[in-house]
Design a binder for this molecule. Structure first.
Ligand SMILES: Nc1ncnc2c1ncn2[C@@H]1O[C@H](COP(=O)(O)OP(=O)(O)OP(=O)(O)O)[C@@H](O)[C@H]1O
Length: 324
């Protein structure tokens, strides 16, 4: 659906986006994540055709954005970070105006406006001037204009920015619903946002793509957590030489019950966690120990985001940071 290849963008001498490449398949919801100033908006503006890259290419449904801008833009719905909404227009007038800009024929335009009003739940606000709407409703108007004309790719720049928790939850629900008929790329600087809605995360740092992975991959760690009655020495004797086990570390014991012991087992790359867990379980039980639980440790994504952002920078990213 979207092929982004070696995208680079300068603002004067400053490299805001540096050689970024990724592909997004039909129907995915992908979160573009990064701190303020990381380059998210610049990437989104380039994908939506509002800003030209200095280098690289963008294809949407196989259409080259630079070669066939208008045709490619028909496949895109864009919610910019700061929506240029006309405050004096009513919601109905504004959507009618956007329908004209998108070149929708009269009956199609009416049908589409009805559809997007229904999908974004704006029926009650149709005749309200946009200036009188709350931030949450304004964002919904922004989404309504983005999905007018049923684009296959939705680009949403900070869709929950400035919304209260209820409005945020409503917006996330709306995005999930929209993803049944469109591919979605959304930007945010909040990891929880990505956890709540996305299948995959792209983490941008000082203009470079630092991580591109599915949420499942990101959550997966190379640790098993084991709770058992077996003490550390016995456990080491029983399983330390098992293929796939790298180290066994005691973690906190149950305060009121010293016979319940907890361990973090580091496993080798490419080890089948489920099979290894089942094997350990069988071994310990055959030795008469209790196994209260064994399973994969899930990584905290907030921690991962912090780790990515505090890792040493490449030479080019260091230069970009210093120039910013
Ligand atoms: N028009 C511009 N002229 C000069 N520098 C710019 C311009 N737009 C953005 N920048 C710089 O480019 C870098 C990337 O900005 P960008 O807006 O893409 O980041 P972002 O990740 O979207 O940040 P935020 O989360 O704050 O919106 C920043 O250092 C910013 O100051």
């Amino acid at each position: 659906m979207l092929e982004v290849s070696q995208l680079t963008r300068f603002y004067d001498e400053f490299k805001a986006v540096d050689n970024v490449s990724f592909n997004i398949a039909q129907g995915e919801i992908v979160g573009l994540l990064g701190h303020n100033g990381a380059g998210k908006t610049t990437i989104m503006k380039m994908i939506s055709g509002y800003l030209e890259p200095n280098e690289g290419s963008i294809k949407i449904d196989g259409i080259d954005l630079q070669l066939e801008l208008k045709r490619a833009q028909r496949c895109i719905g864009y919610l910019p970070e700061n929506l240029p909404i006309y405050p004096e227009m009513t919601v109905a007038e504004y959507l009618d105006y956007v329908g004209d800009i998108k070149g929708l024929a009269s009956q199609e335009k009416i049908d589409e406006i009805k559809r997007v009003i229904h999908e974004t739940d704006l029926m009650d606000k149709l005749l309200s001037p946009i200036s009188t709407l709350s931030r949450g409703y304004k964002q919904r108007v922004g989404v309504a204009q983005a999905i007018l004309g049923k684009p296959g790719l939705l680009i949403l720049d900070e869709p929950t920015n400035g919304l209260d928790p209820t409005q945020t939850e409503q917006m996330r629900k709306l995005i999930r619903e929209l993803s049944s008929s469109a591919t979605v790329i959304l930007s945010t600087h909040i990891m929880q946002e990505v956890e709540a809605i996305c299948d995959r995360a792209l983490i941008v740092r000082h203009g470079q793509l630092a991580v591109d992975a599915s949420l499942n991959e990101l959550r997966r760690s190379n640790h098993l957590l084991l709770t058992t009655s077996m003490n550390a020495d016995e456990l080491a004797q029983q399983i330390a030489n098992t293929a796939g086990i790298v180290t066994i570390d005691s973690i906190q014991a149950e305060e009121n019950n010293p016979s319940i012991c907890r361990y973090r087992i580091t496993v080798a790359e490419d080890t089948d966690h489920l099979a290894l867990g089942a094997h350990i379980n069988k071994e310990l039980i055959s030795q008469g120990a209790e196994v209260y639980g064994i399973g994969e440790e899930r990584r905290n994504l907030e921690t991962l985001f912090r780790e990515v952002n505090s890792a040493p920078l490449s030479g080019a990213a260091e230069e970009a940071k210093n120039a910013a």
